[in-house]
Ligand binder design. Structure first.
Ligand code: FES
Length: 182
């Protein structure tokens, strides 16, 4: 014979189980980005995205003796990163055969530098950093020249190692043969 409180107990037990299941589902959903983040170095390394080459465009887009802005999509980003995956760089065609591809970010604190063809200088709007056309430091707070991407010319296109972001450890002055600015 059931007592009047039996229905409450079984209802409470059922709600408790439903609560545990619901919390488990929510916890699993919330854990997905965390697990993906923790495993990203392995998964990205497996895909080789860091080592991938990206075609910046046809060589005609970068006339000899000029410096032009180009963009590419960072191969390491996720689909939902949207426009934040677009990366800009400055392409300098030295003589039609030798190029320099500079990271757009200032070597001081990373503001995007702009190219001024009239003066032949890259200038940073944040703290007045200035660079010569070959990317070497001219004046201001930056302690070194602009970072450079590795590049290659293939099938009439200019390619850069897009996943490998330029850092102080990389060789600078790739085209000019200059040692890294210290
Ligand atoms: S970020 Fe360019 S000079 Fe400071």
């Amino acid at each position: 014979m059931s007592s009047p409180g039996d229905g409450d107990v079984s209802r409470r037990a059922l709600l408790m189980k439903l609560g545990i299941v619901f919390n488990g589902i929510v916890a699993a959903i919330l854990a997905v980005p965390l697990v993906r983040y923790l495993l990203s170095p392995v998964s990205h390394g497996r895909k080789g995205a860091y080592q991938s080459w990206f075609a910046l465009g046809e060589l005609e887009q970068f006339p000899a003796g000029q410096t032009r802005l180009a963009t590419y999509v960072n191969p390491v980003v996720n689909l939902w990163d949207g426009m934040t995956g677009d990366v800009a760089c400055w392409v300098r065609n030295i003589d039609g055969k030798k190029f320099q591809v500079f990271a757009v970010n200032c070597a001081h604190l990373g503001c995007p530098v702009r190219w001024f063809p009239q003066s032949g200088l890259f200038m940073c709007p944040c703290h007045g950093g200035v660079y010569y056309q070959d990317g070497s430091r001219a004046s201001g707070p930056p302690e070194r020249g602009l970072f450079e991407h590795h590049y290659k010319l293939e099938n009439g296109k200019l390619w850069i190692k897009a996943g490998e972001m330029p850092t102080p450890g990389m060789v600078s002055g790739i085209a000019t043969g200059k040692p890294p600015c210290a």
